[in-house]
Design a protein around this ligand. Structure first.
Ligand code: NCD
Length: 329
């Protein structure tokens, strides 16, 4: 389907002589539409390579390869960290960061745009306001497609960063009590994170939200069917002192079908340094960013704030993913 580069994964990892698991091959040419497209071994292989890049630096393993970024919705971190990752690996990037910048503005059909990108590049990273857009793109494109967020559905690479950050700061997931707070109804990062938790199985997950922002039934049914130990609560103060990790999301204004519904919940929760007085000493706070009013700046200077570290891990993580999807063995 695409040209193999002449470097082995062991060489990339500096692990000549070590027999790498088949999992490395498993990701080659793969579409990443959902977190559930990955096995635990896939995650671990991505993390291992991300570690290698962080410790020993990037190498030109994707020279001559082209990444398309097709962002039909706004983005800062996701697009720029994918671009940075591709450049650091010696590859190049084409694409757009808004619909207005493309012929979609002239009425071009989504699948025609995808076909063009497919013929100009080796991998497509796509963000779109509609659920299922990345899946549709993957059906049309011959090259691998990575979902960078499709409506309120999923954002799998963000969940990879989230799990990677937890592992870097806490060493494991399975012994942890994790709170996920905020807009659990519309935040796609929450779906992907909870699906990833069905693979990494924390000790317990508290879903902390206003009643109007509760996790949707289909997601709840799925995580229950996978045996994830979770409980819904409406007030962070009820569980704060138990938490090892608190994951906060903003209210996803752009996804509300009814602006009145948004007005009702826009100030429903706010994390401040003051709220954190009763938390564990080593609680870490994560947030996919951007933040609005739900995470006060007073939290930034506490030892709990880990969201900038989390954002910085986006580049090595996405570099590892691109290498494994495009890499030759
Ligand atoms: C998230 C997204 O786009 O879903 N942003 C990101 O990629 N870090 C979260 C959000 O917009 O709230």
């Amino acid at each position: 389907m695409f040209k193999l580069i002449k470097i082995s994964i062991n060489e990339i990892l500096g692990l000549e002589g070590v027999i790498m698991s088949d999992g490395f091959k498993g990701l080659s040419g793969k579409d990443i539409i959902s977190v559930l497209d990955l096995s635990k071994e896939d995650f671990e292989n991505i993390f291992k390579l991300a570690d290698e890049y962080r410790v020993n630096g990037y190498r030109d393993v994707l020279r001559g390869r082209v990444l398309s970024v097709a962002f039909f919705e706004p983005s800062t971190r996701t697009r720029l960290s994918f671009e940075s990752a591709m450049h650091r690996l010696g590859g190049s990037v084409i694409g757009f960061s808004s619909e207005e910048a493309t012929s979609v503005a002239k009425g071009e059909k989504f699948i025609d745009t995808v076909r063009m990108l497919d013929s100009y590049s080796d991998v497509i990273v796509i963000r779109h306001k509609f659920e299922g857009a990345a899946k549709l793109a993957a059906e049309v494109a011959e090259h691998p497609v990575i979902n960078a967020g499709d409506g309120r559905n999923e954002h799998p690479t963000q969940a990879m960063i989230d799990i990677y950050t937890i592992l870097k700061l806490k060493s494991n997931v399975s012994n942890l009590i994790i709170g996920v707070m905020g807009d659990l109804k519309y935040a796609r990062v929450v779906n992907s994170l909870l699906y990833a938790f069905t693979i990494f199985k924390p000790k317990k997950v508290y879903l902390i939200s206003h009643p109007l922002l509760k996790l949707r039934d289909e997601a709840k049914k799925f995580i229950a069917s996978q045996g994830l130990n979770f409980e819904e609560v409406s007030d962070i103060n009820l569980v704060l002192n138990e938490l090892d990790v608190l994951y906060v999301t903003r209210v996803q204004k752009e996804r509300f079908p009814d602006p009145i519904e948004y007005e009702k919940v826009k100030n429903a929760y706010k994390l401040t340094a003051d709220v954190l007085r009763k938390c564990k000493e080593d609680l870490i706070i994560l947030h996919p960013l951007p933040r609005v009013d739900e995470l006060e700046r007073s939290v930034d200077s506490t030892k709990h704030a880990a969201y900038f570290k989390q954002a910085s891990l986006g580049v090595p993580l996405r570099a590892a993913l691109l290498t494994l999807i495009l890499g030759g063995y």
